[in-house]
Design a protein around this ligand. Structure first.
Ligand SMILES: O=c1ccn([C@H]2C[C@H](O)[C@@H](CO)O2)c(=O)[nH]1
Length: 132
């Protein structure tokens, strides 16, 4: 298996995080997804004055990949203060396009503090098209 371009994903996630629209929570998140073809798409969280219409960084990144015609995701890098893992909704949306993807979690306060897990570990017994 080809090694993951962790540094490139980390740079993309760190760069896009600077564009986060997070005036309410002040919690900025950047995400970068890697497609099976090697392309990288990035997204940041986009909050809204209504609060409930906020879109997470991971889902913005997935949307960018899909909008560009890429539906197979092999890895996602997420950067936030503390290096937190994706929320439940994002785990489910990510699973649609890569149930076995690698998940790289980066602490924005110290980007050398990076840990890697898998979506299968974060979301066991994924609900998928196979159920329908
Ligand atoms: O997985 C997550 C969890 C939260 N957020 C964003 C949503 C909101 O803007 C802020 C605080 O929840 O962080 C993400 O982007 N991804």
């Amino acid at each position: 298996m080809t090694p993951l371009p962790v540094e490139t994903l980390r740079s993309a996630a760190l760069a896009v995080r600077t564009h986060a629209h997070a005036p309410y929570s002040k919690f900025q998140v950047g995400a970068a997804v890697l497609t099976s073809g090697g392309e990288i798409f990035a997204g940041c969280n986009v909050e809204n004055a209504s609060y409930g219409l906020t879109i997470c960084a991971e889902r913005v990144a997935v949307g960018a990949a899909v909008a560009a015609g890429h539906k197979q995701i092999v890895a996602v890098a997420v950067v936030s203060s503390g290096g937190h893992s994706p929320c439940g909704a994002c785990r489910q949306v990510l699973s649609e396009f890569g149930p076995a993807m690698e998940v790289i979690l980066i602490d924005a306060d110290d980007p050398t503090k990076t840990r890697t897990t898998t979506l299968a570990a974060l979301l066991p017994e994924q609900f998928s098209s196979g159920a329908l």
